[in-house]
Design a protein around this ligand. Structure first.
Ligand SMILES: [Zn+2]
Ligand SMILES: [Zn+2]
Length: 790
């Protein structure tokens, strides 16, 4: 088969695709494999009844979830666990596990009786296989979530039969809901299927009834009791083939009640009802044990009467047909439900030649089964024990569905509430499934071409469905980055307060938000978030393939907490020849970066600069000067060679660029000339509102903007006022329109921006203090540069 798609979700059926029976589906996502159900096909025997297990390497399955105990969902489980290389974990609900054991024991018995001696090898597994595998099955409670290697799954009520579960599976941020067989109808003993509280991205849903609509429950019950009533009063026998557990109990609740209400007409016990199943007694104790998992009405009945509601007044149990005295009219509920073999088949062959008898089919009949064949009202049926013999069929055949599957309306209501944009139909014959697909597509036609377009798939067995998800990744902030987020949040809050105060005098806000691929917006939890502001934080996303965890950590934490990850620190070093005195370099850097630590200063030049000790003669300019700039960068100047060392990073790299630019130009800038000449006791004003004199305005701004370009490269943009376009180099960026003739500039580094009015030499807006400091320094240098030499 095709290799699993590494990025998408892969779905395919080994059974139950365009058919009812041998339910078995595979989900693969990011190296995880989930198997859903392991059934047999009720119309086939032996190996032919299995899902296409040969088409898949079962050893890769992490978990197998069994939706309910029906044979078409669970009966090949012992085969999978004992006879294949499967070694995953298996989960089902408590009642499913309890009932499964007795059912499959019976299944082993019936199939080994059914097969002829030379078909013995055809048996899928033995009693020993069953009991050996049984202990390895794990149970899950409704509404509880399990986590196996990062695959999370939660069980919800599915209605249908006692213990039936829908599973919502979480794979990272992706949620898949598998309904199994489900019903939404409130019946006498079961809870109906629930809508999980969290929406799902993918819905794998049964389609048994396609677009068919059930008659209302009450009218079906009425029809059922009337048909039975009229048959028995005419002296006929009623055969109701049923699956041993599940619907049989529901039908018995209906019949027992009806018999009690119509005692006289039904001859005061003269018309017996039998429940013929190897599991009759067992089923009673199982249903008693799990009354607490049924609906309120049956629990109330149990509490009030203090008796088991599954002990019926009018129904007797038959273990086998030998003890049955067939003298007159009777009603017989007998397993199995599709009349393939066993008790119900024996009774069918016995009763079908008689016209006053009736076969009443209430369950879902799979294609290829005797129950399905019988509905065609054939002239003859083959004898199961003696295939050469044909038995005439003259009895009445009726079908009233009590199958606990959703009908079209119930299914579509449910599907709408799940809100999945990908719907995969399973568990349906291809025609009803195809009709349901068309009906769903027309129902969701308004979503076509939109982002929320609903896709419907009805794959055949072993045909892939690959779904790609862009998905919003949610990462958990871990370690010191959390403090960073809190700090940023605080700053935003403070800024917001200031903005609100200034709101009356400011016409526009300074809220500029730039998004980058490695930055995540982290919503503020539990806080009012009325203007959708988020904190933008840079960090490293660490994804754990094992459990889909996605953590956002700072680099420091990465080294500390994820020691298994190798990290590389890139240390950079760059040297340039400088043909000027060291004090000049120091002075320029101080202007630019302010806070500079002097690590080494052999020629004591820093005193000269700082204290204006111009008298002191510096003869030798060969000594070492080592400076630390912005905490991260080390500059060593010795023998006219300046060497800069830093650890690679977004900020450090850009600071390093600036320093190199200064080093390269330091000996040629007018300020240096001025400084070197030392002819003026010019008092450097570090305010940022220096007015530039009207004369040569444009020339001055040009000079300063050149300096900005040198410092910030492409991060700097000059914005033109309407009358200056001739004089200053044309800029493509016209995003910000100026209302005055003033000339503005914009520095954008990552998420930080500064807007500068060059005409007034003033920072108009800046969302970062470090950037503001740098821009101010450059403006001061620029002002010095363009001031006339005195
Ligand atoms: Zn079922
Ligand atoms: Zn089923």
């Amino acid at each position: 088969m095709e290799q699993p798609n590494p990025t998408g979700l892969r779905f395919f059926s080994l059974g139950g695709g365009n058919e009812v029976g041998r339910s078995c589906h595979i989900l693969q996502y990011k190296g995880k494999t989930i198997m859903l159900d392991a059934g047999v096909h009720p119309a086939y025997q032996g190996l032919a009844s299995l899902p296409f297990y040969d088409e898949f390497d079962l050893s890769t399955v992490d978990i197998l979830l069994i939706s309910h105990f029906h044979l078409d969902h669970a009966a090949s489980l012992p085969y999978v666990m004992q006879r294949t290389n499967f070694n995953g974990r298996v989960f089902m609900t408590h009642p499913t596990k309890a009932i499964y054991r007795w059912l499959l024991k019976d299944f082993v018995r019936v199939t080994s009786i059914g097969g002829s001696p030379n078909e013995k090898d055809d048996n899928l597994y033995t009693d020993e296989d069953l009991s050996e595998s049984f202990d390895r099955i794990e149970t899950i409670d409704y509404h509880s979530t399990m986590d196996v290697n990062g695959i999370k799954f939660t069980a919800f009520h599915a209605g249908h039969v006692l213990g039936a579960a829908m599973f919502q599976i979480e794979l990272g941020s992706l949620r898949v809901l598998f309904t199994g067989d489900y019903s939404r109808e409130l019946d006498r003993h079961l809870n109906s299927a629930e809508i999980p509280p969290l929406a799902s991205d993918v819905l794998i849903v049964e389609s048994t009834f396609g677009t068919a609509t059930h008659e209302p429950r009450l009218s079906r019950e009425k029809k059922l009791t009337q048909l039975i009533h009229s048959t028995v009063t005419k002296g006929g026998r009623v055969l109701m083939p049923v699956f041993a557990l599940g619907r049989a109990q529901e039908l018995m609740l209906i019949l027992d009640e009806y018999w009690s209400h119509n005692e006289e007409e039904l001859g005061n016990g003269q018309v017996p009802i039998y429940y013929a199943s190897n599991l009759a007694k067992r089923s009673m104790s199982v249903f008693q044990t799990y009354v607490n998992m049924m609906n309120d009405s049956i629990r109330k009945k149990f509490r009030d009467s203090k008796t088991n509601p599954f002990i019926f007044k009018n129904i007797s149990y038959l273990k086998n047909i030998d003890s049955f005295q067939d003298f007159g009219p009777s009603v017989m509920l007998a397993a199995p439900g599709m009349l393939q073999n066993g008790l119900s088949r024996d009774l069918l062959e016995k009763w079908c030649p008689e016209p006053k008898n009736m076969v009443l089919i209430t369950g879902y009949s799979v294609e290829g089964s005797m129950a399905k064949y019988l509905m065609l009202e054939p002239e003859n049926i083959p004898s199961v024990n003696n295939p050469e013999v044909n038995i005439p069929r003259r009895c009445q055949v009726e079908e009233i569905s009590f199958a606990a599957h959703v009908d079209f309306q119930e299914n579509i209501d449910f599907i709408e509430q799940i809100r999945a944009s990908n719907i995969i139909l399973v568990h349906g014959e291809s025609n009803p499934m195809g009709r349901l697909k068309s009906a769903l597509l027309s129902n969701f036609s308004s979503t076509k071409g939109t982002e929320d377009e609903v896709h419907v798939f009805n794959p055949r067995n072993c045909a892939d469905v690959i779904l790609e998800f862009k998905g919003v990744k949610v990462a958990k902030a871990v370690g010191t980055i959390v403090e960073e987020i809190q700090k940023e949040e605080k700053e935003i809050k403070e800024e917001k307060e200031i903005r609100e105060e200034d709101a009356n005098i400011k016409s526009e806000t300074s809220d500029v938000k730039l998004e980058k691929s490695d930055e995540k917006i982290i919503p503020k939890e539990g806080k009012q978030n009325d203007d959708n502001e988020g904190v933008i934080i840079s960090g490293i996303l660490v994804s754990n393939e094992k459990n889909f965890d996605l953590n956002l950590v700072s680099l420091e934490d990465l080294r500390e907490h994820y020691s298994e990850l190798s990290t590389t620190v890139l240390r950079e070093r760059q040297s340039v020849q400088v043909n000027c005195r060291k004090e000049l370099i120091y002075w320029h850097l101080c202007q630019m970066f302010g806070d500079i630590s002097v690590l080494e200063d052999e020629d004591e030049i820093t005193n000269v600069v700082e204290n204006g000790e111009t008298e002191k003669k510096i003869n030798d300019d060969m000594g070492r000067l080592v400076l630390e700039i912005m905490n991260d960068l080390k500059l060593t100047v010795v023998n006219h060679v300046a060497t800069l060392e830093w650890i690679q990073g977004l900020i450090s790299d850009s600071v390093a660029d600036s320093i190199i630019a200064i080093l390269m130009s330091v000996d040629s800038t007018p300020a240096s000339v001025k400084r070197s000449s030392n002819s003026c006791n010019h008092n450097h004003t570090h305010g940022n509102t220096l007015q530039i004199e009207q004369t040569d305005d444009v020339w001055k701004i040009k000079q300063i903007s050149k300096l900005f370009t040198r410092q910030f490269g492409d991060s700097f943009t000059l914005l033109l006022g309407k009358n200056n376009s001739d004089n200053i180099k044309k800029e493509e960026n016209t995003e910000v329109k100026q209302e005055t003739d003033d000339i503005f500039g914009m520095v954008t580094i990552g998420k930080n921006t500064a807007r500068i009015n060059f005409s007034k030499m003033k920072i108009v807006e800046c969302n970062s203090n470090p950037l503001k400091g740098r821009v101010e320094s450059i403006m001061n240098i620029g002002t010095d540069l363009v001031a006339s030499l005195c």
